[in-house]
Design a protein around this ligand. Structure first.
Ligand SMILES: *[C@@H]1O[C@H](CO)[C@@H](O)[C@H](O)[C@H]1NC(C)=O
Length: 511
């Protein structure tokens, strides 16, 4: 999974209860069509890999002169890996511009305009077979990646800003859920009894136009985020109108005063740029933690599974690899739901450690199963179970936790810059896996997952020694944990708060 939603911390706000209005339901539904689109495009290139590779080969043959050499298998593999991975380059570029675009156009208009990427990208990919052009496929994947990068920032932002306080957490998780459902839908449609055939695979890519069209039609009926209108544009009347539509109430003074308090908090803390984050000693430790946690999500090998599982399963001797891929998608969806409940109740650090440890065990089982596959053919069911376990543990820890922790490590001022750095790290490492996993897999054979086991072990050790527990902690307490280097101190609340007092509440740059 490239990206997961996050929720900013809500500190000491009064809970205002609203009923769930039709406008709210419509707006949230419309927004998460983007998340569905994003997930769909993560999963869509997995099952039909062989068929599309064949089509690339045919394009090559039909375009080359008679008697010229056939396509080099290495070139074919490069073209395919590039088609898979360039998605993340698009995501990387656009995720960096989420902040600027969402301020300039507003949340709603940014989502409308973003669909241009989906229409263009979807059409290019859909036309690539008829046009006998893998270049069109590659450019289309780049554009839909750019769409996804923007969507992964805009959707949590818009949903978080229109949701009433007491529903913010619950509605925020729908982004996450829509992504994994999108992956699953793509895997099912990629079956050869639906669209995963030589003659129909182009339709798989035309399908991306459906959520784009539905979203473009519905967005005009959704209100713009009242927080954008009030906090950024300072249009109180417009913000009130939007709030009235969302809440269905005439008197919105409670919500308005909540936004005033937010604006006051934001104005009281200067914005920190990406550059300043790296220069300041206060942020150096937290940003290192944020970056390594993002790496732990992507370099865990999860996208090796989501991009290439059908290939992996068939190499592991599983007879119906595409159904195993769908099994992984179902496990993924189920455990995303499980983690939604766990994450609010259990410590972030604990869950991350638990997930990483589980993933290590599964990679080891996978390695053993794949190495023994020729001697014991029935062991292929063990590799399948190990991959399911791998996906399940991912969704418990490394899937959601890195985003939670980044949002919780930084206060209002530096948070946008920190989120941008985290997002960029995430997409970059996503690209590395998408692009190079097939080569490394060829090189290492059955031992490829041993590599991920080593990386995971490194991340486990780092998390144990360097990542503080952030759940229910104030920014001061977290900053103190970084200074003290002794993370277990955080659990001894009394001791920590006494020392914090003696530091005078803690400030900036005083290491
Ligand atoms: C490309 O297609 C030709 C003809 O169908 C086939 O002989 C060749 O093995 C294919 N090349 C690759 C790399 O799959």
């Amino acid at each position: 999974m490239p990206s997961h939603g996050f929720q900013p911390i809500e500190g000491g706000q009064q809970v205002i209860r609203h009923r769930v209005t039709k406008t709210l339901v419509l707006s949230v539904f419309t927004a998460i069509l983007s998340s569905l689109q994003f997930g769909y495009n993560i999963g869509v290139i997995n099952a039909p890999q062989k068929i599309i590779e064949q089509s690339y080969n045919e394009s090559w043959i039909s375009r080359s002169e008679l008697g010229s050499p056939p396509i080099d298998p290495a070139l074919l593999r490069t073209l395919w890996s590039l088609s898979v991975a360039i998605f993340s380059i698009g995501g990387m570029v656009s995720s960096l511009s989420v902040g600027v675009i969402s301020q300039w156009l507003g949340r709603k208009r940014a989502m409308v305009i973003n669909n241009i990427f989906a229409f263009l990208g979807g059409s290019l990919m859909g036309l690539s077979q008829i046009s006998q052009s893998y270049e069109m496929m590659i450019v289309g994947r780049f554009l839909i990646g750019a769409y996804s990068g923007l969507a992964s920032g805009l959707v949590p932002m818009y949903v978080g800003e229109i949701a009433p306080t007491h529903l913010r957490g619950a509605l925020g998780t729908l982004h996450q859920l829509a992504i994994v459902i999108g992956i699953l839908v793509a895997q099912v449609l990629g079956l050869d009894m639906f669209l995963g055939t030589k003659s129909r695979w182009s339709v798989l890519f035309w399908v991306t136009l459906i959520p784009a069209a539905v979203q473009s039609l519905l967005l005009p009926f959704c209100p713009e985020s009242p927080r954008f209108l009030y906090i950024i544009c300072e249009q109180e009347a417009q913000a009130k109108k939007s709030l009235r539509r969302i809440t269905g109430l005439l008197d919105v003074s409670d919500d308005l005063s909540e936004m005033k308090e937010e604006k006051r908090q934001m104005d009281s803390e200067p914005k920190v740029s990406i550059f300043q984050i790296f220069r300041s000693r206060t942020y150096r430790q937290p940003i290192l933690v944020a970056i390594i946690l993002q790496l732990s999500q992507q370099l865990s090998g999860i996208n090796a599974i989501f991009y290439y599982s059908t290939d992996i399963f068939s190499k592991a001797g599983v007879e119906q690899p595409i159904y195993a891929t769908i099994g992984a998608g179902i496990v993924n969806t189920a455990f995303t739901v499980v983690s939604l409940f766990l994450v609010e109740r259990t410590g972030r650090r604990t869950l991350h450690l638990f997930g990483l440890a589980g993933m290590i065990i599964c990679t080891l089982l996978m390695t053993v199963a794949m190495a023994l596959q020729d001697t014991i053919p029935s062991i292929s069911s063990l590799s399948m179970l190990a991959i399911f376990g791998f996906v399940a543990f991912f969704e418990i820890g490394p899937g959601p936790i890195p985003w939670f922790i980044v949002a919780e490590l930084f206060s209002q001022g530096p948070r946008p810059a920190a989120m941008a750095i985290a997002g960029c790290t995430n997409w970059t490492s996503n690209f590395i896996i998408g692009m190079f996993f097939p080569y490394v897999a060829d090189l290492c054979g059955p031992y490829v997952f041993l590599l991920f086991a080593f990386l995971l072990l490194g991340f486990l050790i780092f998390t144990y020694f360097r990542v503080p527990e952030t759940r229910g902690k104030s920014f001061d307490e977290i900053a103190h944990a970084f200074r003290g280097r002794n993370l277990s101190l955080l659990d001894m609340e009394v001791k920590a708060s006494t020392e914090l007092d003696s530091l005078g509440g803690g400030g900036a740059d005083e290491e």
